[in-house]
Each structure stands twice: as structure tokens, then as C-alpha cells.
Design a protein around this ligand. Structure first.
Ligand code: HEC
Ligand code: HEC
Length: 338
């Protein structure tokens, strides 16, 4: 009975060869929790676990490097002061060690890059994609391309993509933070604040500074100096709304209505955070420059609904001492342009 229902949820999806039944069950549980089921023709991949790595028939040294990548991904704070200048780990936003659908699973990058990226308007490698999350989401600076840390992180991403064809033609099930339908009512600051205080502040604290315990961050900061900067993908309201709907409150994903998710996303993204590293010295000018490729989706450089404050109008970079390079490798292939 249950088995038949379970199998039906994934009917029509293209499964990656060699997928185990146990792994499949992992996704069936998500569908039962209320996550969308795969659509006809979508590519479904359940990434291998660290236990699968232990058992894999690959060189022991490669295993060590992949483990190192996993360790950097889940405890990125070990790079604090050098590559990371906020309270985040990669896994603060990419839940389930970067494996979970609807939680920005990271393996799709390993099979779709190099590719053109709208945000920086050129073809990006996997390393450059990782560098992007360092520069914006971690308010930091990437480890050097080709360094041990970059190699370890790349290896972890590629390991998670094990078995998926390169440049797949099908859309990928649960990639990114799939966009919610537009809200019925325009997102509202006061309603968002209420959701935040009732359902989020207990872990993330009323002032958005997260929660420290024994000198370690247990709950990351959704805004303020410990958070991602204004250039990070999650500062787009639609991305924040989807992240929240599919992942928060922790342990109760899918429990907010879409409207609540939009409202609380709007509230969080109406708070201050470190400056966008692309800052020109003038917030309105910076917004305009990156409006089409990014800021049309953020509240950066606009007046806050609640009190008219001009958001992002400051030179605060959080813990960083200087604007660190955000765009290594740009521009590229100028000679190919006509
Ligand atoms: C503050 C939240 C946040 C943190 C922290 C974060 N990321 Fe991301 N990451 C995102 C968002 C948002 C996206 C874009 C997802 C989308 O397009 O819907 C993304 C996308 C990615 C992708 C591309 C996935 C794809 O589908 O192509 C990779 C790879 C990635 N991140 C790696 C990392 C790594 C490595 C770190 C740590 C160094 C990290 N991220 C830290 C929010 C974050
Ligand atoms: C039970 C504690 C808990 C509750 C309640 C909770 N969160 Fe989280 N939240 C977390 C943890 C822990 C993470 C990091 C994920 C991880 O490390 O597994 C996180 C990550 C986040 C992030 C991404 C990282 C950052 O700090 O920006 C956002 C945004 C966020 N939560 C928003 C919310 C919102 C909005 C609510 C309320 C609707 C909420 N959370 C409720 C524990 C909680």
C-alpha cells in the first residue's frame, strides 16, 4: 500500500542510474512532508553520504581530500579571519551537508559548470562559483584557486554529484531554492516582524544576531555583521522566501504559508548587513549598476517601508578590514567578443 504510493510520487522522473532504494526512500519522505514531488522529466539524484564514501572503491588519498572538503563545508568557521568574516558555515544555508533538495544542494554546480552566469556576466568555473559564495554569503574572500582548500571543496562537490551525467539536459529536481508563487498580498514589514518574533527569534534572537554558546555559533545571524553581505543571493527577497519556506523554522519546514514566508523574508531583508563588496562608494549608484543582474530583487539602496531608512547606505564591511577581491578572474575571454 504505502510502497505503491511512494513509488508513484517519483513516477516520471529520470532517476540517475545506480540509485539505491534506501536513497530513494530519503526523497519519498520529503514528499510526504509536503515538498513538491518531482515533475515529469526532472532529473532526480540522491547524493552519496559520507558513509558511502567510506565504502567507495577509490584511492584512500582521494577519500581524505573529499573528507577535508566536507569538513570545510560544514565547519567553514575554521577559515575565519582569512576567508570567512561572518558567523556562517556553508551548511548554514545549504542544509544537510549540501545534499538536500530545496535547500540549495550544491552538487548541480559540479555538472553544469563551466557555464555563463548572469550575476557576473561571464563563463564561471566550479571554483569561481565557490568563490562567489565566499565573497558574498561568507562576507569573505575565496581561498586561492588551485589551493588545497579549493581542491578539497571542489572534490566534495564533485563527489556529491557522483553518477550524474555532465551537462544534463533535464531540469534538476529541487535545485537551488525553487521560487515560490508570487504572494497574494505585497510582502509587509509589520506582518513579517510578527512571524519573526513568534517563530524565529527563539533561535536567531530578536536582534538577528543568532545565538552563541560556549564560544561557538549554534544559530547563525540572519542579519547584522555576523551575516551574509548585501551582495549574497539570499538577500534577494524571493530567494530568502523560498529558503525559509523549504527549510525554516528548523525541524518544521513547509509549516509557514507562502505569504508568511514572503513577509518574514521581506522583514529580514529590510535589516542591515555588511556592504556589498561591489560597492562604488555610493549606494544608489551601486544599486543602479547591478540592478539588472541582481539588485532588482533586493531592497539594497531603497528606502525601508517601515521608517524610510536608506538601506545599505554605509561603509560597514563587518569584520573585514578592507574590501576584499570579489571578482577574481574577471573579465575573461575579452578576445572572443566581437
Ligand atoms: C547565506 C547563505 C549561503 C551560504 C552561507 C553559502 N551559500 Fe552557497 N548559495 C546560496 C544561495 C542563495 C545560492 C543560489 C541558489 C539559487 O540559485 O537558488 C547558492 C548557490 C551555491 C552553489 C551553486 C549551486 C547550483 O545549483 O549550481 C554552490 C556550489 C554553493 N552555493 C556553494 C557554497 C559554498 C562552498 C559555501 C561556503 C563557502 C556556500 N555556498 C555558502 C547561499 C549560501
Ligand atoms: C530551532 C531553531 C531555529 C528556528 C526556530 C529557526 N531557525 Fe533558522 N536556522 C537555524 C539553524 C541551526 C540554521 C543553520 C542551519 C544548520 O546549521 O543546519 C538556520 C539557518 C537560517 C538561515 C540562513 C542562515 C542565516 O542566518 O541567514 C535563515 C535566513 C533562517 N534560518 C531564517 C529563519 C526564519 C525566518 C525562521 C522563522 C520562520 C527560523 N530561521 C527559525 C535554526 C533555527
Amino acid at each position: 500500500m504505502t510502497i505503491r504510493r511512494k513509488t508513484m510520487a517519483l513516477a516520471g522522473a529520470t532517476l540517475v542510474a545506480g540509485i539505491s532504494l534506501a536513497a530513494l526512500a530519503e526523497y519519498e519522505t520529503l514528499v510526504e512532508l509536503g515538498y513538491p514531488a518531482p515533475r515529469e522529466g526532472e532529473l532526480v539524484h540522491v547524493p552519496p553520504t559520507m558513509q558511502d564514501l567510506d565504502e567507495a572503491d577509490i584511492h584512500p588519498e582521494l577519500k581524505q581530500v573529499i573528507r577535508r572538503g566536507h569538513d570545510l563545508f560544514t565547519n567553514t568557521q575554521q577559515l575565519r579571519g582569512e576567508n570567512v568574516f561572518n558567523d556562517m558555515n556553508c551548511s548554514s544555508c545549504h542544509l544537510g551537508e549540501g545534499r538536500l533538495p530545496f535547500s540549495g544542494p550544491v552538487w548541480p554546480a559540479a555538472v553544469t559548470l563551466p557555464d555563463f552566469r548572469g550575476k557576473n556576466q561571464h563563463v564561471n568555473s566550479l571554483e569561481e562559483r565557490l568563490a562567489g559564495c565566499f565573497a558574498y554569503s561568507m562576507n569573505g574572500a575565496p581561498p586561492a584557486y588551485g589551493s588545497d582548500d579549493m581542491l578539497a571543496l571542489s572534490a566534495y562537490h564533485q563527489w556529491l554529484a557522483k553518477g550524474v551525467p555532465m551537462y544534463p539536459d533535464q531540469p534538476i529536481y529541487g535545485r537551488g531554492f525553487p521560487r515560490l508563487d508570487e504572494p497574494e498580498q505585497a510582502p509587509d514589514y509589520a506582518r513579517g516582524e510578527q512571524v519573526y518574533l513568534e517563530q524565529c527569534a527563539i533561535c536567531h534572537s530578536k536582534d538577528g544576531s543568532g545565538h552563541y554558546q560556549d564560544g561557538k555559533y549554534v544559530f547563525p545571524s540572519p542579519w547584522g555583521d555576523g551575516s551574509n553581505n548585501w551582495g549574497a543571493g539570499i538577500s534577494r527577497t524571493f530567494t530568502m522566501a523560498s529558503f525559509i519556506k523549504y527549510n525554516m523554522p528548523l525541524g518544521q519546514p513547509m509549516s509557514l504559508t507562502d505569504q508568511e514566508a514572503w513577509d518574514v523574508a521581506y522583514y529580514i531583508n529590510s535589516q542591515e548587513r555588511p556592504q556589498d563588496p561591489r560597492y562604488t562608494g555610493d549606494v544608489r549608484e551601486t544599486r543602479e549598476r547591478f540592478e539588472a543582474t541582481f539588485h532588482k530583487h533586493t531592497l539594497y539602496g531603497t528606502e525601508r517601508q517601515h521608517d524610510g531608512t536608506l538601506l545599505g547606505d554605509h561603509a560597514n564591511m563587518g569584520e573585514k578590514k578592507e574590501m576584499l577581491p570579489w571578482n577574481l578572474g574577471v573579465p575573461r575571454f575579452e578576445d572572443l567578443k566581437d
